[in-house]
Design a protein around this ligand. Structure first.
Ligand SMILES: CC(C)(COP(=O)(O)OP(=O)(O)OC[C@H]1O[C@@H](n2cnc3c(N)ncnc32)[C@H](O)[C@@H]1OP(=O)(O)O)[C@@H](O)C(=O)NCCC(=O)NCCS
Length: 148
């Protein structure tokens, strides 16, 4: 039996419980966002979400010509099937549709899978935030978009 990849659709506040469950499955306890935090992100100016069934989602925002990925999560049971790349690509496309030429994101320097995913999407390192995460790890600031 093969499972068809779930289609992506815009996420709304009715999807917060699914997204909270996905976030809890995808991130270690100290980095989890519950429903309140996810709702606040979705309500940010320019905020939007894309959801792939119960397999993964991305939250992003696009404001004043720039966009950022707020969070990206794929369920451990459906990783390495291209969903993370699809979610990222869809977020980049939606940000462009909203007028953002470049998209920024932060990733832990120790997050090998996410760094590999972003590198494949053409992300370049534009900065570093020292001891950004609770465990003392640095965050790399990455940019996806045309040069300059
Ligand atoms: C990072 C994450 C979203 C990737 O999701 P995914 O659906 O497994 O990613 P994809 O299948 O689309 O992978 C695309 C490419 O990224 C790279 N990649 C993804 N996971 C990888 C891993 N564990 N090791 C090495 N490369 C990896 C590969 O190049 C991969 O292509 P390939 O499978 O053809 O080799 C997922 O691992 C996740 O949810 N992690 C926990 C949450 C997180 O870290 N989010 C990002 C925070 S900034």
């Amino acid at each position: 039996m093969t499972n068809a990849p779930p289609p992506l659709r815009p996420a709304g506040e009715a999807d917060i419980p699914v997204m909270a469950a996905l976030h809890a499955a995808a991130f270690p306890p100290a980095e989890r966002w519950g429903g309140t935090a996810l709702t606040a992100m979705l309500r940010l100016q320019g905020g939007f979400g894309l959801l792939a069934g119960e397999s993964g989602f991305v939250l992003a925002r696009a404001v004043a010509g720039e966009a950022e990925i707020l969070t990206l999560a794929v369920h451990p049971g459906t990783r390495r099937q291209g969903l993370g790349a699809r979610l990222l690509e869809a977020a980049v496309a939606e940000a462009a549709r909203r007028g953002a030429a470049a998209l920024f994101l932060e990733v832990s320097e120790r997050n090998g899978p996410a760094r590999a995913l972003y590198a494949r999407a053409g992300a370049t390192e534009v900065g570093r935030r020292r001891r950004y995460y609770a465990d003392g790890t640095d965050a790399l600031v990455l940019r996806i978009g045309p040069e300059n």
